[in-house]
Design a binder for this molecule. Structure first.
Ligand code: MRU
Length: 400
């Protein structure tokens, strides 16, 4: 069996050697373990067809007995990976934002559950299920706004419900496979979002984005930044403006770092500059990600998105959201019901461990805001671009 090198990211001969050369010498358990590893590897790499030279970093990686995460708190000054060997260290990494971005924390939570399952020593299906159920609940509580997190955990829970039929040993394997499937599907979905959205960008445009909705916020490629990657890969030449995104600077630290790797011309601006740049005619399109989208199209995203949407409307600039369908929460009629995470005021009053406001001053720190659907031109998903009336068209997309 020889796979075309461009489909796997590895030279075809390496793969041929791995499968044909080694496998026959192994016996019994070792053979089945190896073939499972190979099939997981191939499953992850087939059909991705990523543009050449793309993704010089790995946001999250499965290593069998641990998840390897790129520590986003240290970027761009330091590129450092660290390993999580159990669910609580994954939960901690989500809470402290070593990994962040709606789809990425969903993948991390699923891997955390798979790790927890491996560690459980109970052989009774019901005891195993109850134990892991506690881990699922802990994962769901790490960050409340991004619905991708509970979406991924729900997928793991649904599988867990079948433990009585499959038994504990098989269930552990199935949970690992499901976590890797969530990872792989996110990569594929992001590429589709890129393809569907790239027509929005024209040569010579100034594209403004907020926060980081790139490869760092997903399994790879990104949503809003994925659209930018796809348009760039097609040969369009344009300029990207990145809001620095206070208080944690996901724009200037993370999005700018990602775009710099592809040498896409990028200019960082502080969050209060967007209006003036729009007025001066530098911005032709605004593209952002999302953490949760209600049935009517109201969209929660990083704090500051709402203000940008109002500015875009005033200046007649198209404002688009890019998100996978796993970000849709059709159980919520409108954005009013979206829970908004409040983070520590210290993220505002301190920087790099140092106080930057006078002692005793209070700070407000909602991590997200909700942009009303009336300000959104369209939502780019892996299934196409959805437009008003969102409540009808989003529903339709799900019944297709
Ligand atoms: O607090 P963060 O950094 O997790 O917020 C991330 C965002 O708001 C992103 O725009 C959103 O999750 C979309 S990521 C594809």
């Amino acid at each position: 069996m020889k796979l075309p090198a461009h489909r796997t990211g590895l030279p075809g001969s390496v793969i041929t050697f791995y499968i044909v050369g080694f496998q026959p010498r192994l016996q019994g358990g070792a053979l089945s373990r190896l073939s499972r590893k190979i099939s997981l590897y191939l499953n992850l790499n087939l059909d991705l067809n990523l543009p050449l030279g793309f993704m010089k970093f790995k946001t999250i990686e499965w290593k069998g007995d641990r998840a390897r995460l790129l520590d986003q708190r240290r970027l761009p000054l330091e590129v450092r990976y660290f390993d999580c060997r159990d669910a609580s260290s994954v939960a901690q990494a989500i809470r402290n934002m070593a990994i962040r971005g709606a789809p990425a924390i969903g993948v991390a939570a699923a891997m955390g559950i798979a790790l927890a399952a491996k560690k459980i020593r109970l052989s009774q299906p019901e005891a195993f299920r109850r134990n892991l159920e506690g881990v699922c609940q802990e994962m769901k509580q790490t960050r409340p706004t991004a619905v991708n997190l509970s979406w991924a955990v729900n997928r793991m829970e649904r599988l867990l419900d079948q433990v009585h039929s499959y038994g504990v040993k098989r269930m552990k394997e199935m949970l690992e496979e499901e976590a890797l499937r969530i990872f792989k599907q996110d990569l594929e979905i992001n590429q589709k979002i890129g393809e569907n959205g790239k027509t929005l960008i024209k040569g010579g445009d100034g594209v403004l984005t907020h926060c980081n909705a790139g490869g760092l916020a997903t399994a790879g490629f990104g949503t809003a930044v994925g659209v930018i990657h796809a348009a760039w890969a097609e040969g369009k030449r344009f300029r990207v403006f990145v809001d620095e995104t206070r208080p944690l600077l996901q724009g200037s630290r993370l999005t700018a770092w990602e775009l710099a790797q592809e040498k896409i011309p990028t200019t960082v601006l502080t969050d209060n500059m967007a209006g003036w740049l729009m007025k001066k005619g530098h911005i032709h399109l605004v593209l952002v990600g999302a953490d949760r989208i209600a049935l009517n199209g109201d969209t929660a995203n990083k704090i500051g998105t709402y203000g940008l949407a109002i500015l875009s409307k005033w200046h007649n600039i198209p404002f688009y959201v890019a998100a996978p369908t796993s970000t849709l929460d059709l159980s919520l009629a409108s954005g009013k019901e979206i829970p908004i995470e409040e983070r520590s005021p210290e993220e505002v009053t301190h920087w790099g461990g140092k106080r930057i406001t006078p002692k005793g001053i209070k700070a407000f720190n909602p991590a997200f805001d909700v942009t009303p659907h009336s300000l959104i031109q369209g939502i780019v998903t892996e299934k196409g671009i959805v437009r008003e009336p969102f409540y009808k068209n989003l529903k339709k997309m799900f019944t297709k």
